[in-house]
Write a protein of this length. Structure first.
Length: 288
């Protein structure tokens, strides 16, 4: 099943997306139940009743989790070809510079970075002139847990969505720790909705990104260095994962910094990210 958060007639709502029929079934729910948590309010609950069916073209999508309750966990350098392109870019300040990491590199993005499909990524040229895109499969945790063994990790996954881990490369390099370069306002487009875990084949899921219609990233989740069970086992090692936690699992090769010269985002660009089985996340880029 696919669940979306959206604006309809000036009101925030959540509902179930029936993509083939191009409609969303709006749920009968008071907004205080889902204003920040979005569709993760539905975890472990019976589906609310549908009050009306609305054509998808008439709603304005919001991020499926408008304000994640904690920083968004992210994994860096987690596709083989991307690890090579990033290590040779000159902006890699990670300890495993020049090599495939021995353990997952984990950092986070602030919850306030999150925007929905269709909302603009904002670039302030006085802050950064090296803003890059990164298509990523994001895991949504449904069942809390700590010290989760690899064979049990997928029991804790409720669903998946797409994240664009937008990054100011100059700030990422300058500060060594990646948080500032990764957490600029609007730097986490998320969506278009969440797909429940049963609908994704982690061993063979194409992941792609186009900039202005040009295919830049074209890979598959079978190219991950650390697969999703490994990532969840590593992050939950001493940290209690909670319902609604988001884990962005890394980006494949083809980011702007991988080109010579680099091809960064600029105002007027259109990003289009697609993961098979989830959908398409599209955002314009605007200057401040
Ligand atoms: Mg990333």
């Amino acid at each position: 099943m696919k669940f979306a958060a959206f604006n309809w007639n000036g009101f925030k709502s959540i509902g179930r997306v029936l993509e083939t029929e191009k409609v969303v079934e709006r749920f009968e729910l008071p907004i205080e139940n889902y204003e920040n948590d979005g569709v993760t309010f539905l975890i472990d609950r019976e589906l609310p009743s549908c009050v009306e069916t609305i054509p998808l073209e008439k709603i304005t999508l919001l991020a499926p989790i408008p304000r994640p309750s904690r920083n968004i966990f992210c994994v860096g350098k987690n596709y083989h070809e991307h690890a090579k392109e990033f290590s040779s870019s000159g902006f890699d300040s990670s300890a495993s510079k020049g090599t495939v990491p021995k353990s997952p590199i984990v950092f986070s993005k602030l919850p306030e970075t999150v925007i929905g499909s269709g909302q603009p990524v904002l670039i302030d040229k006085n802050v950064s002139d090296a803003v890059d895109y990164e298509v990523e499969l994001a895991v949504i945790i449904g069942k809390p847990g700590k010290n989760i063994s690899r064979d049990k990790t997928l029991d804790h996954v409720w669903g998946f969505t797409i994240v664009n881990d937008v990054t100011a490369r100059d700030l990422q390099g300058q500060h060594s720790q990646w948080l500032i370069g990764k957490s600029q306002d609007t730097f986490c487009p998320m969506g278009p909705w969440v797909v429940t875990a049963d609908e994704i084949n982690l061993n063979d899921t194409p992941i792609k990104c186009w900039i202005n219609g040009e295919l830049r990233q074209d890979s598959n989740t079978n190219q991950l260095i650390f697969d999703i069970p490994e990532i969840i086992a590593a992050i939950s090692n001493g940290i209690t994962l909670k319902k609604g936690d988001v884990i962005a699992t890394g980006t494949p090769a083809g980011v702007g910094i991988g080109f010579k010269p680099p091809r960064y985002l600029k105002p007027g660009d259109q990003t289009r990210l697609e993961i098979k089985g989830i959908g398409v996340l599209e955002n314009p880029v605007k200057g401040l």
